[in-house]
Ligand binder design. Structure first.
Ligand SMILES: C[S@@+](CC[C@H](N)C(=O)[O-])C[C@H]1O[C@@H](n2cnc3c(N)ncnc32)[C@H](O)[C@@H]1O
Length: 651
């Protein structure tokens, strides 16, 4: 068989022979051989502020005890720190609008344990009882996108995040990428590709566990922390560790007035013609003295220059051990232990990193007031250390538990800093929820309300009614009718009442009201309507999971939570104070892990309070403002809203 193709060889080199060193993974190039850009135009959406956390009250005040003088706040108002719930690809895309080139330091610790997931053990109630919290569908999807195609999908996920992170970095900014040993070498090549092969880059080995007793192979006991800079100039403050006993014994073996010291020469390292003077009868060294004459005299008077005992000796400089900074830290870190389960800093978050590790990173690569970001924040270690060290911070996590744990940790830290009269900053909690929904409607549903209803009813496994008796009735499931609220609205009392009347007029006795958001305490309105009209309204939360692109099976549709609280007034007129008493709380069953649902149902009904992890009152609440975690403005202010943040925050 003849072929017209010229044979490969020196005159016609095979393309493979001309490839440069490069890491390839599925998804790096498109079908035409072009390098895929990170798609941000289609996913750019604003963030929604859901809570503001300004000034923590002391534990005593929060517990309702009378506090005569709350401490003066030292809150810094130059910036509001940000904690964001959402996929960091979307989060970084949103952040680029305001923070492009403005972040001084990024630390990321992406999940890297194959087999690790978002499952978490959480304590319940006062007994020693824990449940395993399932991962949400969103978390499952992230996990699948990250690990679904093994190293390929992981590298693709990481490459996209690193490109966005690079664009957030300032000209003098730096990034640390914390990565597991089995993926570290790939990540290194990937980073070289994105940040450029630099002389400033470093590969830090953090010994995270002590040697394993594995006699059959080398025990893997370290993680990689890759360090890259945006440019050649970058912020850097060297870090030091203590000298070893051995070093001190051999090097600092002299003593003066109980202070250990060693001797150093007094010779200038470079030729200095202006330092060629005779000092106390000693001729200058070949390159000249290290110091000018007045400095030499001052050092001598301070006991810092030792005169030789032998006639042929030279004056020498005394270097005192207690004035030395220590050993400069290099790229092997063996002195920081993992978080111990008994440690105060332990939050119970499986992959939590030690504060000492972040303290070293943040101290080396940022200054007071600098902006530090962690886009895989987990338990919020970066934010906690940044806050303590006076840096501004932005953190994001996709997991509800990550956001919840970080939020709680930062509130506690604010409270401590406030009590110690140390400076701190307020922070806001954001999500991409409502906007993500609007984007989904625009993108996938082409903006049609009808299509939105169809998709919701299909996932709810209800029949869509084409000839409904009322425009407010959209479907039927079993013997009940269904109403689907609009995608961008909050289902209100007024709507509940109109829907109940429409259902009664159509002869129905039960109606599922499916909505993305509900006005507070709507379940009480629903009970009143049932009494009045004989129509049972079941308030069902539309699950976020239905927005998933490739979703087939229906996610659980669960009823909304209900809370009763009442103010209890104390003290005479003019000096009144108010306590807020929670009288009943029935968590949404969405808060209960699916696996535990049956076993827990009874407990949820008997003692819903066990599912409350934290609660707060907003004394100035209004529906168009985010929840404000503030102390009261006036002593007798009447609370207008109470938020219950359950074990799984409603963020
Ligand atoms: C190893 S943990 C980080 C632990 C953290 N350094 C600490 O000290 O607690 C990784 C975190 O990344 C989060 N994560 C995974 N994929 C994500 C994504 N696409 N967007 C945002 N966060 C993500 C997980 O929820 C998890 O909390």
């Amino acid at each position: 068989m003849s072929t017209n193709r010229k044979p490969y060889g020196p005159a016609n080199p095979h393309p493979l022979s001309q490839l440069r060193t490069e890491l390839l993974w599925e998804g790096k190039y498109d079908e035409y051989g072009n390098r895929r850009e990170v798609e941000i135009a289609g996913v750019s959406m604003p963030m929604q502020k859901i809570e503001t956390i300004d000034q923590p009250r002391s534990e005593a005040a929060a517990a309702g005890q009378l506090v005569m003088f709350e401490k003066n706040t030292r809150r810094l108002d130059d910036f509001r720190n940000m904690l964001i719930w959402g996929d960091n690809k979307l989060v970084m895309t949103a952040l680029l609008r305001d923070f492009k080139g403005r972040v001084d330091l990024i630390y990321i610790d992406p999940p890297f344990d194959v087999g690790a997931d978002f499952t978490m053990h959480v304590p319940i109630g006062e007994e020693d009882d824990t449940v395993e919290k399932d991962q949400s569908t969103l978390e499952m999807v992230a996990y699948r996108d990250t690990w679904g195609k093994g190293t390929d999908s992981y590298l693709h996920m990481l490459a996209e995040r690193l490109v966005l992170a690079r664009d957030l970095l300032s000209e003098t900014g730096t990034i640390y990428i914390h990565i597991g040993p089995h993926i570290g070498c790939y990540a290194k090549v990937l980073c070289d590709d994105i940040f450029g092969k630099q002389s400033t880059a470093a590969e830090i080995a953090w010994q995270r566990v002590t040697a394993h007793g594995d006699s059959k192979r080398w025990g893997v006991i370290h993680d990689y922390i890759l360090f890259y800079t945006r440019g050649e100039r970058f912020k850097w403050e060297p870090q030091f560790g203590p000298y070893s006993e051995e070093y001190i014994k051999t090097k600092y073996n002299l003593e003066l007035d109980g202070r250990r010291y060693r001797l150093d020469n007094t010779t200038s390292p470079n030729p200095r013609p202006n330092m060629m003077y005779i000092w106390r009868g000693y001729p200058p060294p070949a390159k000249g003295w290290r110091y000018e004459l007045p400095t030499m005299e001052r050092l001598f008077a301070d006991g810092r220059i030792e005169l030789p005992k032998r006639p042929d000796g030279r004056p020498q400089l005394r270097r005192f051990l207690d004035e030395m900074p220590g050993v400069p830290i290099g790229t092997v870190w063996t002195d920081i232990s993992p978080v111990n389960s008994q440690a105060l800093e332990d939050t119970g978050y499986d992959t939590q990193k030690p504060e000492a590790l972040l303290e070293r990173i943040i101290s080396a690569s940022s200054q007071q007031g600098d902006l530090v970001a962690d886009l895989f924040c987990g338990a919020g270690t970066t934010g906690a250390v940044a806050e303590r060290l006076g840096r501004r911070w932005i953190m994001a996590d996709l997991g509800r538990f990550g956001v919840h744990t970080s939020r709680k940790r930062l509130i506690d830290l604010q409270r401590n800093l406030h009590a110690e009269e140390k400076p701190y900053r307020a922070f806001d909690v954001y999500n991409l929820g409502r906007y993500e929904r609007q984007w989904w409607q625009k993108d996938a549903l082409q903006g049609a309300d009808e299509e939105h209803r169809r998709v919701v009813l299909e996932f709810f496994q209800a029949e869509m009614l084409t000839n409904a008796p009322s425009p407010l009735i959209h479907g039927r499931k079993g013997g009940a009718l269904c109403h689907v609220d609009r995608i961008d609205s909050v289902f209100s009392r007024q709507e509940a009442s109109i829907v109940a009347k429409a259902v009664a007029a159509a002869g129905g006795r039960e109606c599922y009201c499916l909505a993305w958001e509900f006005e507070m305490d709507l379940r009480f309105t629903a009970s009143a309507l049932e009494q009045e009209l004989g129509v049972k309204l079941k308030l069902i939360q539309i699950p976020r999971e239905i927005m998933e692109r490739n979703r087939r099976g229906p996610p659980p549709f669960l009823e909304v939570a209900v809370l009763k609280a009442e103010p209890v007034y104390r003290g005479p007129e003019g000096e009144r104070s108010v306590d807020i008493k929670l009288t009943s709380f029935l968590p949404s069953l969405a808060e209960v892990p699916a696996k535990e649902l049956e076993a827990r149902k009874e407990r949820v009904v008997r003692s819903g309070f066990d599912f409350i992890d934290f609660w707060a009152v907003d004394f100035e609440w209004s529906p168009d403002k985010p929840f404000n975690h503030n102390p009261p403005v006036a002593r007798d202010a009447r609370p207008s809203a109470v938020a219950i943040i359950g074990r799984l925050p409603a963020c």
